[in-house]
Each structure stands twice: as C-alpha cells, then as structure tokens.
Design a protein around this ligand. Structure first.
Ligand code: GLN
Length: 262
C-alpha cells in the first residue's frame, strides 16, 4: 500500500511537472513573438546626425551631448534595442548625410518643409517650433515690417534663412554656420536682427546681455526626425516608438525638463 502511494505521488509529480512545462511554453511564446514582431527591423547602432549648437534641443555639455532631441533619440534607440551614436555636423549637411546612409536619421529641431520632404521622409512631429526675431534691447525694430531693408542674420540652410531670404531679399541676409555666431554678429552690430527658432532664441538671449525677442511669431513649425526615403522600415519603427513614448508620457517629461512652462 505504501509503495502504491509513493508510486501514485511520483506519477502525480511527473504530471504536475509536465503540466507546468506545458503551461510555460504558451505563456512565454506570445511575449517573445510580441517583442520580436513589434518592430520591422533589428538595429545594433543608430547614428543620429545633428548640429549640437541648438539649445535646448541639442548642445554639448563638456564632452557630452545633451538636450531634448538627444534624450528623445536615446529613448527611441533603447526602445528599438539599439545603441545611439551621435554624429555632430553643420545643420546644412544633415539631410545629405541621412540620404547617403552615413547616418541613420537626422534630428536637430528640424522643421518639416515641402522642399525637405522631396529629399527625405519625416517621422511624426514630436515638437513645435516658432521662428522669432532677436534684436538689441534699444533697437528701433518693433515689428516684422520694420525688418525691411535691415541687415538680418540667420543660420545657414534653416527655415529662418529661407523665410528671411524670400521676404527681405538675399542682399539683406547674412548666413552664419551656427545660430550662436549670428547672435555674436548681432551683439557686435554687424546685423540688426537675427531670425531663429524660439527656444534657442530664449537660450541665446539669456546668455547674452542687451538682447530681446520681439513679441511676434514669424512662423509656427513642426519638428520631426528626417529618415532616408530608402528606409521605410526605420521610418515605421521610429514612428511606432514615438507613439509609445508619447502615450507613456516620456516625450512630455523630456520636453518639460528643458522647457519650463511660462
Ligand atoms: N527649425 C529650423 C530648421 O529646421 C532650425 C533648425 C536648426 O537650426 N537646428 O531649419
């Protein structure tokens, strides 16, 4: 009788173990399949082309890169299982770098425009930018109309550059490699105004005495990530990651960390 009980117990244990084993498989597999199929591609390293002179979106803190775009890109790369590598270059070189495949995507407070859309694809927009005008505190320029015939500084190849050239004539526009250099030119009196995105404008005005931002919105724009037209999978994956990071509050938290509500 004792032997029979031991035998029955042993049989019961085998069944229990087998049952556990069987249960584990269906529990694990859908999870695995879900992570595997969530994204179209697999990525080891994602290279971000940027111009790290555009606070608070991207700038250097000693040797490190910081800013909204840097943190969002880091979160996207993590979501896609990749390591993020940042490649710092002139803003004007970013699209060519993405097109050639030298970098995986461009992220630099980049405005979505119809012209750029002919060259690259854009992700969903993750932020809004506004073109504004910086002048000296004692300037007689008070409105966009006052810019007529004045010397305007811009950053080469930016929307501020395109609008200023279209509206006020290329003979009145001086292009600088960096926004900060246009601001130095304004301080030195080489130009009368600088047209640039609102958040970098605020950062530059805070760093430099004697400047102010005109209370006028020159243009409201959407920022998005530029991706090669040959990389539809990465575009879909970045959009999916952005959607997730938006839904779980990550994007808002990153933006709030750098841009304090007024
Ligand atoms: N938003 C502007 C553009 O896309 C400026 C971007 C920048 O200078 N980094 O042209």
């Amino acid at each position: 009788m004792k032997k029979l009980i031991v035998l029955l117990l042993a049989v019961a244990m085998v069944f229990t173990l087998a049952a556990c084993g069987n249960q584990q498989t269906p529990v694990e597999e859908p999870e695995k399949t879900a992570t595997e199929s969530a994204y179209k591609g697999t990525y080891d390293v994602l290279k971000m082309a940027t111009n790290a002179a555009f606070p608070p979106y991207e700038y250097k803190e000693g040797e490190d890169f910081a800013g909204i775009d840097v943190e969002i890109a880091t979160a996207i790369a993590k979501e896609l299982g990749a390591e993020l590598e940042i490649v710092d270059m002139e803003f004007d070189s970013i699209i060519a770098s993405v097109q050639s495949g030298e970098t995986s995507f461009g992220m630099a407070g980049m405005t979505v425009t119809d012209e750029r859309k002919e060259e690259v694809d854009f992700s969903s927009s993750y932020a809004t930018g506004v073109q504004v005008v910086i002048v000296a505190e004692d300037s007689d320029i008070a409105s966009l109309d006052d810019l007529e015939g004045k010397k305007i500084g811009v950053q080469l190849g930016t929307t501020g550059d395109f609008y200023a050239t279209d509206d006020y004539g290329s003979e009145n526009v001086t292009q600088y490699g960096k926004g900060a250099d246009a601001v130095i030119a304004l301080k030195g009196g080489d130009v009368d105004a600088v047209i640039i995105d609102n958040e970098p404008a605020k950062a530059f005005v805070a760093e430099n005495e004697g400047l102010k931002i005109l209370n006028t919105e020159y243009a409201v724009e959407d920022y998005a990530i530029a991706i090669s037209k040959d990389n539809a999978d990465l575009l879909a994956d970045i959009n999916k990651a952005l959607e997730k990071l938006t839904a779980d509050g990550t994007i808002d938290a990153i933006i709030a960390k750098y841009i304090k509500a007024e």
